[in-house]
Write a protein that binds this ligand. Structure first.
Ligand SMILES: Nc1nc2c(c(=O)[nH]1)N[C@H]1C(S)=C(S)[C@@H](COP(=O)(O)O)O[C@H]1N2
Ligand SMILES: [Mo]
Length: 190
């Protein structure tokens, strides 16, 4: 597919990699303070240390990203942990229908469980050959490329399984609950 067909309506292509977030960039000088908690509707919660996380299987992912503020960046190459590798560590309860991603400083974003479990979703730690920079989510960010990029939580610290949908940070502040870039699901007040 050519670049125009890969660009959703209302988006412009950028070669750069803009940095966008609310709040401040966390710096980690001691990775023993980082962990990732998987909780909510699972038989048993787990907490992965950075060491445990980095031992999970990884692979390369190729995708395009689309930010709600109208920039799109094509042909990203990432290294990340497939969601399936995380899901092998927990037993999901059947009532789990939605996911809340928890980042540093209480920042959150919500999505349906099918979108979280999609084969194209992953926990990324390398982008275009380099470890993620602090600005882009070091050490680990979620990447859900088929939804607007605000669903791709930087500085990921928790994955919560929920029975019902609940708005995350931007969703409480007017962003769409789902955020399909091909349908221009940008804001919920229009
Ligand atoms: N933790 C956290 N993750 C976040 C955000 C945020 O404010 N905090 N902003 C989101 C938004 S709105 C966008 S567009 C992307 C931007 O990612 P980038 O800075 O790597 O381009 O991160 C998303 N992830
Ligand atoms: Mo965004």
């Amino acid at each position: 597919m050519d670049k125009s067909e890969r660009t959703p309506p209302g988006q412009r292509l950028t070669e750069g990699f803009p940095v966008l977030h609310y709040g401040s960039v966390p710096y980690y000088n001691d990775m023993s303070k980082w962990d990732l908690r998987i909780f909510g509707l699972v038989e048993e919660d787990i907490t992965l240390s950075y060491k445990e996380f980095m031992k999970l299987p990884t692979r390369e992912f190729h995708n395009d990203i689309h930010c709600v503020t109208t920039w799109s960046k094509l042909d990203n190459v990432w290294e990340g942990v497939p969601v399936a590798a995380i899901m092998e560590k927990v037993k999901l309860k059947p009532e789990a229908k939605y996911v809340m991603l928890h980042a540093e400083e209480g920042w959150t974003t919500n999505l349906p469980i099918e979108d979280f479990l999609a084969e194209t979703s992953f926990l990324g730690f390398r982008h275009n050959g380099e470890l993620l920079t602090p600005d882009h989510g070091y050490p680990v960010r979620m990447v859900v490329p088929h939804l607007y990029f605000w669903k791709s939580a930087k500085w990921l610290r928790g994955i919560e399984f929920m029975p019902k949908d609940k708005p995350g940070f931007w969703e409480r502040n007017g962003y769409h609950m789902y955020g399909d870039p091909w349908k221009e699901e940008r804001y919920d007040f229009d």
